[in-house]
Design a protein around this ligand. Structure first.
Ligand code: FAD
Length: 452
């Protein structure tokens, strides 16, 4: 049973994915929760949003959604993706399952998910959503927020008692904490940017590529991916160097873009009738990793989600990690009741090593996706690994499965994964085909390795 709680007014900055979910967690415990959000209400007519991207939602995210009873609601608008489909430059396809039989990651629209979470938050009478409120600064000592109303331009100061900073990678709450003593902070950008493109639905609204899959066009130094939408279209993302021979800088005209895509992604070009227009219209996004510590200021302020740990998107875990923050915080609320000092302290101690591990995993997976998945030896290794996990259930779960389909803390998953990779390096020289797995020599070696 939850420890005794006394109800108090709480403040959340940022009604993105993590802030809107967090408001539900806190309200369900009886607190009055005010949520400030810089943007206008995305559910209102006339709201102009950038192109919505799709996110891959997996087990950690699902658990957090189920924790407030909204898993089914979201499942209705999510498309399971059971495998990766790799497209080579000749249009040949290879596939790699993500997990066992029915395991999948789920494609959801970021904007759609955010709107649903806001609807659910608003349905709780204890949640008060305040849109068009931009946080300009936080006075940590006086516990005051400075907000600017985007419609009137007016500035106002609001007192807060407890503030949850979920205002994303460029957090204003974090910016205030950065000016306190011994606050560690770093941000680093990849030399790569990303651009959203679109694959049109077929004439009857059908999917022109395999629907229940995440598609990858791995090209060594760069790649494109596509995730399915409910209406038959796919959202594509091109991850591409900013500078260099093959880069955003090198493609300056529609003719150059068209020729480049026809050369390197020939099988999708016919499915992208608006390619060149979209290419020049859509912004080029940058990819940042943010690390900081501490995440809490006394028992007054705490950061969650991208505000404390923005990562590059290649493991599909940024939102999932932010949602898992909500699960962990909720467990600590069960444990510590209203001892906010203990809650915030335990939260940052538990989560920081896991967020750091996830940041590394995300950078690591970029190489795997853009390069290694095109290598037959790599695909053979993955097949062998899945044979190993079938043979040694409970003793061998692939790194990808630990990250995506388990609740093993990220840091532990990363350590296990590195150990397994060492074993595979010793094993793979003895294996040239799937059948080699059953050779006595290989089985003997494996038994020794797993027993270690
Ligand atoms: P955000 O979603 O950024 O929300 C922050 C909110 O705060 C916004 O609503 C913003 O308007 C508001 N805000 C900001 N500043 C202020 C201010 N000063 N005052 C008031 N409000 C403010 N994650 C996955 O799990 N799976 C994926 O497949 C995946 N793919 C991705 C692909 C790309 C290209 C990118 C860039 C990211 C991807 N992510 C993915 C990561 C995911 O988008 C983020 O981790 C997630 O959105 C973080 O949620 P958040 O609520 O912490 O921050």
């Amino acid at each position: 049973a939850p420890a005794a709680t006394s109800v108090e007014p709480l403040t959340i900055m940022g009604a993105g994915l993590v802030g809107s979910l967090l408001s539900l967690y806190l309200a369900q415990r009886g607190h009055e929760v005010t949520v400030y959000e810089r943007r206008a209400d995305p559910r209102k007519a006339g709201f102009v949003e950038g192109r919505s991207i799709n996110l891959a939602l997996s087990d950690r995210g699902w658990r957090a959604l189920e924790g407030v009873g909204i898993g089914d609601e979201i499942r209705r608008v999510a498309i399971p993706m059971y495998r990766r489909v790799m497209h080579d430059q000749q249009g040949n396809l290879t596939t790699q399952p993500y997990g066992q039989d029915n395991q999948a990651i789920y494609s959801v629209s970021r904007a759609g998910l955010n709107r649903t979470l806001l609807d659910l938050a608003e349905a709780d009478p204890r949640v008060h959503l305040r849109f068009n409120q931009q946080c300009l600064g936080v006075d940590l000592r006086e516990r005051q927020l400075e907000l600017r109303d985007a419609e009137t331009g007016q500035r106002a100061t609001h007192a807060f008692r407890r503030l949850f900073g979920t205002d994303g990678a460029y957090s204003a709450v974090r910016a205030a904490m950065q000016r306190t003593d011994r606050f560690n902070y770093s941000q680093s950008y990849l030399d790569y940017g990303y651009k959203e493109l679109n694959i049109e639905p077929g004439p009857g609204g059908e999917w022109l590529l395999e629907k229940n899959a995440l598609h990858i066009w791995p090209r060594g130094q760069y790649m494109m991916i596509a995730l399915p939408n409910l209406d038959g279209s796919f959202n594509c993302t091109l991850f591409f160097p900013f500078e260099g021979e093959k880069s955003f800088a090198a493609l300056q005209t529609p003719a150059q873009v068209q020729a480049f895509f026809e050369e390197v992604f020939p099988d999708v070009v016919p499915l992208m009738p608006d390619l060149t227009q979209e290419y020049f219209q859509n912004p080029t996004g940058s990819l940042v990793t943010v690390r900081c510590f501490p995440w809490a200021f006394d028992d007054d302020v705490v950061l969650l989600g991208d505000a404390s740990h923005a990562i590059v998107p290649f493991y599909g875990q940024g939102m999932n990690a932010g949602f898992e923050d909500c699960t962990v915080l909720n467990e600590l609320l069960d444990q510590y009741g209203t001892d906010w000092h203990a809650i915030f302290e335990q939260f940052q101690q538990q989560r920081k090593p896991n967020a750091d591990a996830m940041a590394e995993l995300a950078l690591y997976n970029f190489e795997e996706m853009r390069d290694r998945v095109a290598d037959p030896r790599f695909l053979l290794q993955k097949k062998i690994e899945s044979k190993i996990s079938a043979q040694y259930p409970g003793k061998w779960l692939s790194l990808y499965s630990q990250v995506t389909f388990s609740h093993t803390p990220y840091a532990e998953a990363w350590r296990n994964g590195q150990r397994q990779e060492q074993i595979m390096r010793r094993l793979m020289p003895h294996i040239q085909s799937e059948a080699d797995f059953d050779r006595a020599e290989v089985q003997h070696l494996l038994a020794q390795e797993v027993a270690r």
